[in-house]
Design a protein around this ligand. Structure first.
Ligand SMILES: O=C(O)CCC(=O)C(=O)O
Ligand SMILES: [Fe+2]
Length: 316
């Protein structure tokens, strides 16, 4: 399967692209089994009884291991990220063809079956997030429990602070509207790209036990101002869909894991495509041409698309 010129143009303009039905249904089913099999038999949440799926996880079901984190409404099973079924799912020949169209011929760095999953080394700093770049496969299976009667909340977008080229969120089960799907802020990649000091990374303040207050990712004032503006002036797009759909997104696209106001657990697999030249390209600051590290076809494509196509992308 090849992306059309319209799909490429849409991705270039909006920083995301929903591609329907590209993941194998049997592998999606295997991934769901893998998620549920990781739950102890004694858990209050029972796979075949949806009435037990409403979050947050109760005290007994909470798990703080970063390889299989269950906290609040979030369940992030990362240990499976380098197992064959997950890698076959995210690095299938279909998805390699698509990612190659975006990132260029012979540029994809393959994942490593049996390699180090994300979360192996715990949080990047005490109380901080896990570094998604410290990983040789998929980020893992990310699930969000239904919020039940929790009041509606405001959306807050962020960007990811680790080096990668192209993000992917793949639905391993159908996700309804407002059901915790990946949310993106269209066009944010073009506005944020020039506000970073480096083209892929975000500098980090190291953590020291005797100097605990100042730590984590350092943002430029330009970035902080722009992401706040984006949050205020751009309506987010909810990437709901059916089993096998994927969302591809530019590494600087503002996004969030949607709030789950449905009565169904949101189940998705996250993967970052990286180019084999990322080790060299990450030393550069933002390029004059933000498409420098992308395929020639994408560099050349006009960022135009039809209204019906935009509708199919939940933009209108
Ligand atoms: O689960 C999702 O949809 C997105 C998660 C995310 O943005 C992240 O882990 O950085
Ligand atoms: Fe993120």
């Amino acid at each position: 399967m090849q992306l059309t010129t319209e799909q490429l143009g849409f991705f270039k303009h909006n920083g995301y692209l929903i591609v329907p039905g590209v993941m194998d249904p049997q592998l999606c089913a295997k991934a769901r089994d893998r998620l549920w099999d990781s739950l102890p038999a004694s858990s209050a949440i029972k796979r075949h009884d949806p009435s037990t799926h409403v979050g947050p996880f109760n005290e007994h079901d909470v798990e703080s291991d970063h390889l299989n984190l269950r906290q609040g409404y979030r369940w992030q099973l990362r240990s499976v990220g380098t197992e064959p079924p997950l890698i076959d799912l995210v690095f299938s020949s279909t998805l390699q063809t698509i990612a190659t169209q975006l990132l260029g011929d012979n540029m994809l760095r393959p994942p490593h079956v049996g390699g180090r999953p994300m979360g192996t080394h715990g949080a990047a700093w005490p109380g901080g997030p896990v570094d998604p770049a410290d990983n040789e496969g998929a980020r893992g299976i990310y699930a969000t429990l239904p919020y039940g009667d929790r009041p509606r909340e405001i959306d807050h977008c962020h960007t990811d602070g680790h080096p990668f080229n192209l993000g992917m969120v793949g639905l391993i089960d159908a996700v309804p509207r407002d059901g915790g799907g990946f949310k993106v802020w269209p066009g944010s990649h073009r506005r944020l790209y020039p506000t970073f000091q480096m083209s892929y990374d975000q500098p980090r303040i190291p953590y020291y036990p005797h100097l605990p207050s100042y730590k984590g990712i350092l943002h430029t004032p330009e970035y902080l101002a722009e992401i706040k503006k984006i949050n205020d002036d751009t309506p987010a797009v909810d990437c709901w869909g059916t089993e096998g759909d994927v969302v591809l997104w530019h590494h600087r696209t503002a996004h969030m894991a949607g709030h789950n106001y449905s009565n169904k657990i949101r189940q998705a697999v996250l993967y970052d495509f990286t180019r084999i030249d990322l080790d060299g390209s990450r030393i550069h600051g933002p390029r004059q041409d933000m498409w420098h590290d992308w395929s020639e076809v994408l560099q050349r494509v006009k960022p135009t698309y039809s209204e019906p196509f935009a509708q199919s992308q939940h933009l209108l």
